[in-house]
Design a protein around this ligand. Structure first.
Ligand code: MG
Length: 173
């Protein structure tokens, strides 16, 4: 049976991962409205990945005989001033999520919850990737500035990202 403190904080994290999905979908809608289909596609893939993150916590609680309780998800923002701002906000959001994952790890360690460690280590690694990918695009957009050609080229490149559902039975990335 899962430790109650660990369950509560993981339960809360399900909400934050789903909020992340909601935020990235809002960003996809913003890019769609700007005619930046590639960036919209990138954000759609990101949003789908976040649902899998939520499900990883959901299934972990269930597998350890805990009860998941779904909490209310906040409304995400819908307007940004530029693509550069969107990716900067995404990068800052991922840094916040890293702090949350670290906090769950801290609580699990305090509670001697060794069963949670492998999954939490997976999230620690995943957050390094999440920060790196959002930071990279945010930096590129800063460098590009107002160059329309630069934005179109990056939009094309980001549009090549595809989301692949992990095999049945695995929770995936
Ligand atoms: Mg996530």
């Amino acid at each position: 049976m899962i430790n109650q403190k660990v369950r509560d904080i993981m339960n809360e994290q399900i909400k934050w991962e789903l909020y992340s999905s909601y935020l990235y979908l809002a960003m996809a809608a913003y890019f769609d409205s700007q005619g930046l289909d590639g960036m919209g596609q990138w954000m759609r893939s990101q949003a789908q990945e976040e649902v899998l993150h939520a499900m990883k916590f959901f299934n972990h609680i269930k597998d350890r005989d805990g009860r998941v309780e779904l909490l209310a998800i906040d409304q995400p923002p819908s307007e940004w001033s530029s693509p550069a701002e969107v990716f900067q906000v995404a990068y800052e959001h991922e840094q916040k999520v890293t702090g949350m994952v670290n906090n769950i790890m801290k609580i699990a360690q305090e509670e001697n919850d060794y069963g949670a460690m492998p999954m939490l280590h997976w999230f620690v690694d995943e957050q390094i990737e999440e920060e790196a990918s959002t930071s990279k695009v945010a930096q590129e957009l800063k460098r590009i500035g107002d160059s329309g050609d630069g934005i179109i080229m990056l939009d094309r490149e980001l549009g090549t990202r595809t989301f692949t559902l992990p095999p049945v039975g695995g929770e995936g990335a």
